[in-house]
Design a protein around this ligand. Structure first.
Ligand code: SAH
Length: 405
């Protein structure tokens, strides 16, 4: 595949509605919004979009194989995208996180895709390891310059490449790059250990889901810690047990990690053990259950005082959104049945295709149908290192309900 240089540029025109959307700051131009194109484009090229008066509208990254054909880097006044521009963009992205984390938190998101001005690119920090995850092939031909840029501004011991599933074949064939590849530094010896609010966790940055950990739930884990004293906690869809370790540190009597994946539960056990230096964690009983959470919760043998329900996305595409809302209602009804008196339900959704209001209403409906008395403690959205700059980027929402009867 010929190298994409910083100098090649494609010229595009888009339909009137797309023009308005891009002017409004939306970062995506879909293939069916294109009106004309001066030649066939190569993935990773810069595409300059002109408006109907032939004036500069925006510039973005071209992806020949994605329905999202251009991901906007800059809209507004004409702008040259050169090395200095990229350096400035990374500085701005880092500045946005200034003061967010102290030495007690060494795991967080440094770059959150479109909403940080880096469409389709995520960079997570796990202590001295960086995980770079790509969601568009447009970054593949730009890997050398992107890596140099990151290395120049963000010191690290190693950088690991993670590729979304749909890029893996093309990355291997055209760029000899694969998911889990070490781009820089030595491979980690085992899992990478990092800190979050003083809690220690392992992350499998090479093979784990996302980039190895669900960094986006940090604020909810902290919240759960404050609610957990003396409680029997069920952490359903626990993954590596993040919520449970916080609950234990907050004084939970017991924590039950429930996940369908044996691998995730092994990690949950190790994460728990990593924090036995906290007396409250050492005093808490941890149990792991490998089962389908929907089945298990329906038949569970005992009640819980605090239940976290944080399932994977239940709507992978827009057409599944209605079914997902019903599934959330059903799942939370089952959870509420399992809650003891004065119990707290922490219900999460990470489906971008289910709007927050619809999810919250589904959980409230489940609560009302239970016939029990309840109050709403709070709702939460994405943390500041996972900003949402446009509607499709708003995926995470969590609602807290307390049942007094
Ligand atoms: N709450 C976690 C993240 C959850 S990710 C955290 O804060 O880290 C979703 C998890 O649900 C994954 O670990 C996956 O293995 C698990 N999962 C998916 N389907 C499941 C099912 N039907 N029953 C139980 N667990 C399931």
């Amino acid at each position: 595949m010929p190298a994409v240089t910083a100098n090649t540029r494609l010229r595009l025109r888009v339909k009137a509605t797309a023009e308005t959307i891009v002017r409004g700051g939306h970062p995506w131009v879909f293939a069916d919004s294109l009106r004309d194109q001066n030649r066939e484009g190569q993935t990773g090229e810069l595409a300059v979009i002109y408006d109907r008066n032939d004036k500069f509208l925006a510039v973005g990254l071209f992806d020949a194989d994605s329905p999202i054909r251009v991901r906007i880097l800059h809209a507004g006044k004409p702008q040259t995208i050169d090395a200095a521009w990229w350096q400035a963009r990374l500085s701005q992205t880092r500045a946005r996180r200034a003061g967010l984390f102290d030495a007690q938190t060494t795991g967080y998101r440094l770059i959150h895709g479109e909403s940080d001005g880096w469409p389709g690119l995520v960079l997570d920090r796990y202590d001295t390891t960086l995980a770079l995850k790509l969601y568009t092939a447009a970054w593949l031909p730009r890997m050398d310059e992107t890596l140099a840029l990151i290395k120049a501004q963000i010191p690290s011991e190693r950088i690991v490449l993670r590729l979304s599933r749909n890029l893996q074949a093309a990355a291997a064939k055209d760029f000899q790059q694969h998911d889990g590849q070490i781009l820089f530094g030595a491979p980690p010896e085992g899992a990478v250990i990092f800190c979050e609010n003083g809690v220690r966790f392992e992350a499998d940055v090479i093979r784990g889901q996302k980039t190895g950990f669900f960094l986006d739930q940090r604020e909810n884990r902290r919240e759960v810690e404050t609610l957990a004293a003396g409680r029997r906690v069920l952490n359903a869809f626990s993954f590596s047990g993040g919520f449970s370790v916080y609950a234990a540190r907050g004084g939970a009597k017991s924590v039950t990690d429930l996940d369908i994946s044996a691998h995730a539960l092994e990690s949950a056990k190790r994460n728990f053990a990593l924090n036995r230096n906290f007396p409250a964690v050492a005093a808490c009983r941890q149990e792991t259950v490998q089962a389908d959470a929907f089945d298990w919760i329906e038949k569970a043998p005992a009640k819980f005082d605090l239940i976290v329900l944080d399932p994977p996305s239940l709507a992978k595409r827009a057409s599944e959104s209605e079914g997902a809302v019903r599934a959330y209602e059903r799942l939370n009804s089952l959870g509420i049945n399992l809650l003891a008196r004065d119990g707290v339900l922490v219900a999460g959704s990470c489906s971008a295709h289910v709007p927050a209001a619809e999810f919250f209403d589904a959980v409230r409906r489940a609560a009302m149908k239970s016939g029990r008395k309840f109050s709403e403690l709070k709702t939460m959205r994405q943390p500041p290192d996972h900003p949402a700059g446009f509607k499709e980027a708003e995926y995470l929402k969590v609602i807290y309900l307390k049942f007094t009867t």
